[in-house]
Design a protein around this ligand. Structure first.
Ligand SMILES: Cc1cc2nc3c(=O)[nH]c(=O)nc-3n(C[C@H](O)[C@H](O)[C@H](O)COP(=O)(O)O)c2cc1C
Length: 177
């Protein structure tokens, strides 16, 4: 049986897109057929065995495209395995990971019909020089935690690939080993 997976992502500055690309490559290396698409361009989920959704956290919320995707495809997502990831923390600090997970859990609680087979937070990327309006203004507000923060990228590619490998194992029990 061919297992076809959609990796659907939302991204403002490209870092989540790059993670989605790495996940798609890893799933393919595991023998799965994978399509990679921005969430907002996905029309139907027919033909996909499973869906991987990835989007960043912004201002305590999951990217609006992710919330829109869940609302639009509710019926189809209820019938399929769904794996979820979000990008967020800039610092590898326990408190930051905990807060990001709480933010994502709060968002997912708005979709009680959703029962993901996997949920993961990956570290994010921050480049103050690339921020566009209104993020560039938010980043310089006196009370902003982003104020004077240097550029950083704590995406852990080993952890990202390991997560995708685990996911492939969950999705492909029917494939010959
Ligand atoms: C203005 C701004 C607000 C952010 N707010 C949050 C947040 O509330 N929680 C969080 O965990 N990460 C937050 N982040 C970090 C982003 O999720 C991180 O930079 C991510 O890698 C961005 O993904 P993208 O490049 O795909 O847009 C914020 C980043 C910016 C620039």
């Amino acid at each position: 049986m061919q297992i076809k997976v959609l990796v659907a992502y939302a991204s403002r500055y490209g870092s989540t897109q790059e993670v989605a690309e790495a996940i798609a490559i890893t799933l393919r290396e595991n023998g799965l057929v994978v399509d990679l698409e921005p969430m907002r361009e996905v029309k139907v989920l027919e033909g996909y065995t499973a869906v991987v959704m990835g989007a960043p956290l912004y201002m305590l919320h999951w990217h609006k495209d992710a919330r829109g995707f869940l609302s639009r495809h509710r019926e189809a997502l209820r019938d399929r395995p769904v794996a979820i990831f979000a990008l967020g923390p800039f610092h590898d600090e326990e408190e930051d990971w905990k807060e990001a997970r709480e933010q994502l859990d709060e968002e997912l609680a708005k979709f009680p019909w959703l029962t993901p087979i996997a949920i993961e937070i990956f570290g994010g990327k921050f480049d103050p020089a690339k921020l566009r309006f209104p993020d560039n203004l938010i980043a310089i507000l006196p009370a902003s935690p982003l104020r004077k923060m240097p550029a950083s990228d704590i995406r852990d590619w080993t952890a990202i690939r390991a997560w995708a490998n685990d996911l492939a194992m969950q999705l492909q029990p029917a494939l010959p080993q």
